[in-house]
Design a protein around this ligand. Structure first.
Ligand code: AMP
Length: 121
């Protein structure tokens, strides 16, 4: 699938629509999900144009991959949900139709602030 420049997260990255920002650096932007499923529901997206995790693994530079994973950790630390400064969380990535992905720009969901429950419902 080719990258759609009109997807909602591309628009957020370009500042065309607002978001409730949590963290931003050279590699990632993180913001609160508009329709939170848990007490804390954050999204972390890479700044580059990647449709999903497989596209990211194939095309991103090593720097972008490291920057993204470190960015996820920085967000979790900021939200105080890591095992070092909180009580843990779930990171989840949907990929494609069967994975339930709605927005075609790679994003990690971070759920926390309470027990998250069953792995798959
Ligand atoms: P997914 O189903 O994994 O593609 O998840 C897409 C997520 O993006 C959903 O949890 C939506 O609630 C969330 N979402 C959609 N539009 C926005 C927006 N403008 N700001 C924040 N989150 C959004």
């Amino acid at each position: 699938m080719s990258y759609d420049d009109n997807n909602i997260f591309a628009k957020i990255l370009r500042g065309e629509i607002p978001c409730k920002k949590i963290y931003e650096d050279e590699y990632v932007l993180s913001f609160h999900d508009i329709n939170p499923q848990k007490k804390i529901h954050a999204l972390v997206i890479p700044k580059g144009k990647f449709t999903d995790l497989d596209d990211f693994a194939k095309k991103a530079t090593d720097k972008e991959i490291v920057g993204f994973i470190k960015g996820v950790n920085k967000v979790a630390v900021k939200l105080e949900i890591t095992m070092d400064n909180g009580e843990g969380y779930r990171a989840l990535v949907n990929i494609g139709e069967f994975g339930g992905q709605e927005v075609p720009h790679l994003h990690f969901h971070l759920f926390g602030g309470e027990k998250i429950g069953k792995m798959v419902q």
